[in-house]
Design a protein around this ligand. Structure first.
Ligand SMILES: O=C(CO)[C@H](O)[C@H](O)COP(=O)(O)O
Length: 217
């Protein structure tokens, strides 16, 4: 199980140092939540901030675009140093064109589905994807409760990938903790995003190690 700490829960005044700390604590990816106050009811940061903190780690930047028109901004996030860009199937941009734009920039593409979107929404694009992100909360805010009823979607996507011989990573985002990560792992999740569970822990290194140990039991 890979752990991607969500910087949404970090101290924004020290984002660079927080990234450096997560690197030392054993994070696999840095998960950066970009919100536009339109696609979701919250506003965070954009490409200039990501560019400013890029040099604090060599670990991959996993950039989750919760924005209405991702296609317009792919070049900006690529230049800022994203390694993986995930965007929503429910956004206003053409899905195929957006995936192609991400790939043309040398970035790994991922498609995200909100809780009310069926697993089948990602099926037409699976052969072009590096990752599928299944939201286990409604996107917009950290600290929400894990929706275990999203896990059958993980199993459906895993099964479809296996049927087609595709190796696509499945990421889960929202409400991941020591109480929920085992269910996610058992369903086939490869990467868990964790905000509160890592940043609000007294010892973030211990929290990441614990999450991994529980997932791999
Ligand atoms: O994308 C997100 C919200 O849209 C966050 O990454 C997610 O909620 C993680 O936070 P927590 O682990 O506290 O639930």
């Amino acid at each position: 199980m890979k752990i991607a700490p969500s910087l949404l829960s970090c101290d924004f005044a020290k984002m660079g140092e927080e990234i450096e700390k997560m690197d030392k604590c054993g994070a696999d990816y840095m998960h950066l939540d970009v919100m536009d106050a339109h696609f979701v009811p919250n506003l965070t940061f954009g490409a200039p901030v990501i560019k400013a903190v890029r040099s604090y780690t060599e670990k991959p930047f996993d950039v989750h675009l919760m924005i209405s028109e991702p296609l317009k901004y792919i070049d900006d996030f690529a230049k800022a140093g994203a390694d993986i860009i995930t965007f929503h199937a429910e956004s206003d941009s053409d899905i195929s064109k957006t995936i192609d734009k991400i790939t043309e920039n040398g970035i790994k593409p991922g498609l995200v589905i909100k809780p009310n979107t069926p697993a089948s929404a990602v099926f037409p694009y699976l052969d072009k994807l590096f990752m599928v992100l299944v939201m286990t909360v409604e996107p917009g805010f950290g600290g929400q409760s894990f929706m275990a009823d999203m896990l059958p979607k993980v199993q459906e996507i895993k099964a479809e990938c296996a049927k087609r011989g595709l190796d696509v990573l499945i990421e889960a985002d929202g409400g991941i903790s020591t109480s929920t990560i085992k269910q996610a792992a058992d369903a086939g999740v490869d990467v868990c995003v964790a905000g509160t569970a890592v940043f609000k822990a007294e010892d973030s290194a211990k929290a990441i190690a614990e999450l991994k140990a529980i997932a791999e039991k």
